[in-house]
Design a protein around this ligand. Structure first.
Ligand code: ADP
Ligand code: ZN
Length: 753
């Protein structure tokens, strides 16, 4: 027998199907989806591969075909629906099939050492029967063992020894005679569901009578779980409307019918709180895949999913690859969250893959959010997704926080135009005197620097793209330029002029969490501050530790980036300050407004979750801007209507697809040289393409983060009618350019500018 395999993690050169022989003694163990070890290449180095199909014959010279070396997992590590996805994912996200296999078969599976579970099986029934009838065996134990195996088939050595009271040596003797074979294999029954370290608490198990809105949503979603009417639903519900309750009710029903559910949450919300809540409600059938697991624990979770013991898979974006048995439903909570998109190769989107899995398995997909991504809401309006709405808070008594817009231009006149406005400072003082807590929110790490007009507070924007321009130092001559990261339009900073009021006096904007921490020590010297950003949460567990400290009230102020806006629940937090809402807009991404609206909404949801109503201060240099009015009144539809108009006007997603190509090299001169070669190539390539693809190319443009890990980076932006047109350009580049001279990365769904 022969089989075709894909090498796990294959590079482009070796990314095809290879044929191997399945030795007779392995033919019962190997099937489509098995994980095997194979000798590969001239030196026969051992590689890990997945069997995609078995074949009886091989057309060609059989003598060159090598044997599979060993079986890592005979039980399929990939289900048929996953095998069917490999080509589609590789095509969509411009990666190798081997890359996809690597995503689907995590390293904990490859490295897993089978527990010493030894199985015993007959080499041949006929021989065993012959030996028994010819009465050549003298040992009663040997006879018993053969009869037992003839009777019941393959079983564990443990079982043999305990049922027949025989010894391991007696089994070994039969092996030496060539009558039985011992195989080490994973016994699915022996792997226990991971013990709960965090015991679910009573309050998590409470069930509610669903509101009419919740009931209607659950009913509609359950319509599709028999796989007859699969659909993608957009569950659009204000914060606190009880979306979680909808997910849990649907999941419960799916489990009751024997199916399974993938339930994804943003990386950052995968807290013990969330996990306990879900476990408390859905019991032992929950498998959790989070980053704090050891390899062994991760393997146990994964194996419980593969065998169907775990029916609900809770995890971050990688959960979308889980080998679920009879998958009926995929849930993406906070579907707008950027963590569903991978920012390293392969740059896949879990949302897209969820939809691809749905097309293959017939499962339904639920996307939930209080602030859906513009693309998703557009799809729902266009009828591609079914819109389900929750317009009211689930708990009637829950009070909405008061939202206070703060005009920072007024604050400048009062001498408080720095990070903390007077009303915010006063509210903080009151909160501290009442032993309450405060959360302060900044955007990102203060990376993107821009110029903000001192007259009107507007950042300098690109005349072509209406996104904020980013300040760059020209290393050669010490001057500064403003650059648009969408079209490459550049002006020297001394020529900058405000597009709104014509002013030419500017402030550099872009302060970070560390400066804020210093200021707080000066203003509130007696208060303890916790800081959460990418720098302070590098080490595993650091994030959890900061949250626990704040929850235990070891500090009264928590400052951080958008990380802290998500899904956290601190009953004693009564004041939330959004400090840099303008800077969110001054980011160069076309998603800036969307992100700002989402962030403010989430931040507002953090205040006053206990019995005390909360207050949210939103500081802005431009409070008259529509976006802030919409955010302060939490009017998503008004925001959406304005935003979709802008996207249409500028032909941005969802109206056209955007792709980004990044070239990175350690030497600046070479980078410039090769970027120009690429530019020429791209422009020429596109000039030959049919008009219907609507190609546009911009670049080379220095990346927002120009220097990264010892490399300089330039990017190109391509717009086209859809993602496959963008991909066709990527594929040409992959074909035509030597990766060692032109190290390129490709993204057909860039999230940040
Ligand atoms: P969302 O995810 O939509 O922001 P949650 O699912 O966190 O909202 O629900 C908000 C709060 O309302 C939670 O404390 C939840 O326990 C509670 N809740 C949800 N559904 C109901 C209901 N039907 N009756 C009473 N309380 C509910
Ligand atoms: Zn521009």
């Amino acid at each position: 027998m022969f089989c075709s395999v894909i090498l796990r993690g294959a590079t482009k050169q070796i990314d095809r199907l290879f044929t191997y022989r399945v030795p007779d003694e392995l033919s019962d163990t190997v099937s489509a989806g098995s994980l095997v070890s194979i000798p590969f290449g001239k030196g026969d180095s051992q590689r890990c591969a997945v069997v995609v199909e078995l074949k009886d014959s091989f057309e060609g010279d059989e003598s060159v075909i090598k044997d599979i070396a060993s079986v890592i997992s005979g039980q399929p590590v990939l289900k048929p629906d996953q095998l069917a996805l490999i080509d589609k994912i590789s095509d969509r996200f411009n990666c190798t099939k081997g890359d996809v296999v690597e995503l689907m078969v995590p390293s904990c599976v490859v490295n897993h050492k089978n527990p010493a579970e030894v199985f015993v099986e007959l080499i041949s029934r006929e021989t065993a029967e012959d030996v028994l009838t010819s009465e050549t065996l003298r040992s009663a134990a040997h006879i018993n063992i053969l009869e037992y195996l003839l009777d019941r088939g393959k079983c564990t050595r443990k079982e043999l020894m305990s049922s027949l009271s025989c010894s391991a040596a007696q089994v070994k003797a039969l092996e030496d005679k060539g009558l039985v074979r011992l195989v080490k294999e994973l016994s699915d029954n022996e792997v226990p569901i991971i013990a709960d370290q965090d015991v679910p608490q009573g309050k998590f198990t409470e069930e509610y009578d669903l509101s009419d809105e919740q009931k209607a949503a659950v009913k509609e979603i359950l319509n599709g779980i028999d796989k007859k009417n699969p659909a993608t639903y957009l569950l659009f519900g204000i914060t606190g409307s009880g979306k979680t309750e909808v997910y849990l009710n649907c999941a419960k029903k799916v489990i009751a019918e024997g199916g399974s559910v993938i339930y994804m949450v943003p990386e950052i919300s995968l807290t013990p709180q969330t996990i306990n809540w879900i476990k408390g409600r859905l019991g032992d059938s929950v498998a959790v895949l989070h980053s704090r697991l050891t390899d062994k624990q991760r393997y146990e979770q994964w194996n419980n999913i593969r065998t169907g013991k775990a029916k609900v898979i809770v995890g971050p974006r990688s959960g979308v690859f889980a080998p679920a048995v009879d998958l009926r439903l995929i849930i993406l909570d906070e579907e707008h969250d950027s963590s569903y998109k991978s920012e390293s190769h392969p740059r896949y989107s879990a949302k897209d893959i969820a939809r691809m899995r749905s097309q293959i398995t017939g499962c339904s997909v639920v996307l939930g959010s209080a602030t859906p991504s513009v693309e998703s809401f557009y799809a729902a309006n266009a009828g591609a997704y079914k819109l389900l709405e929750l317009k009211n808070r689930a708990r009637q008594e829950a009070k909405l926080p008061e939202i206070v817009p703060v005009d920072m231009k007024e604050q400048i006149k009062l001498g408080s135009g720095d990070m903390l406005s007077l009303p915010l400072r006063q509210a903080m003082s009151v909160a501290f005197s009442e032993n309450k807590q405060v959360i302060l929110l900044l955007n990102r790490r203060g990376f993107s620097r821009t110029l903000v007009c001192e007259g009107c507070g507007e950042p300098v924007t690109c005349k072509n793209c209406s996104v904020a321009m980013t300040l760059h130092n020209n290393r050669r001559n010490g001057t500064q330029s403003l650059i648009c990261h969408y079209c490459g339009y550049t002006v020297p900073s001394y020529e900058a002029k405000c597009n709104v009021c014509g002013g030419n006096r500017f402030t550099k904007a872009g302060f970070g969490t560390q400066q804020l921490e210093e200021l707080l020590h000066k203003v509130f010297p007696h208060e303890k501050v916790l800081r959460m950003d990418q720098d302070s949460t590098m080490t595993p567990g650091a994030h959890k530790e900061i949250i626990e400290k704040f929850a235990n009230k070891e500090a009264s102020i928590l400052i951080g980036t958008q990380m802290i806006a998500k899904g956290l629940d601190f009953p004693d937090c009564t004041v939330v300050g959004v400090l840099s809402s303008d800077l969110m807009l001054a980011s160069s991404s076309f998603k800036a407004s969307e992100r700002a609206f989402q962030l403010i909404t989430q931040a507002a949801g953090r205040a006053g979750r206990g019995d005390h109503p909360g207050t949210v201060f939103i500081q802005s240099y431009r409070p008259e801007q529509p976006l802030f009015k919409f955010a302060c009144t939490q009017n998503y539809r008004a925001f959406y209507n304005q935003e979709i108009e802008y996207r249409q006007k500028l032909k941005l997603p969802p109206f056209k697809a955007v792709g980004e190509i990044v070239l990175s090299l350690p030497e600046e001169d070479l980078l410039v040289q090769r970027a120009n070669i690429l530019a020429k190539y791209l422009n020429e390539f596109i000039s030959y393409q049919d008009k219907k693809y609507q190609f546009e190319v911009y670049g080379p443009i220095p990346c927002v983060i120009y220097e990264l890990r010892g490399r300089y980076r330039m990017s190109f932006v391509i717009k086209a009618v859809n993602k496959s047109a963008i991909n066709s350009v990527f594929k040409r580049l992959i074909e035509d350019f030597d990766h060692t001279k032109f190290p390129l990365s490709f993204d057909n769904d860039p999230q940040e500018g």
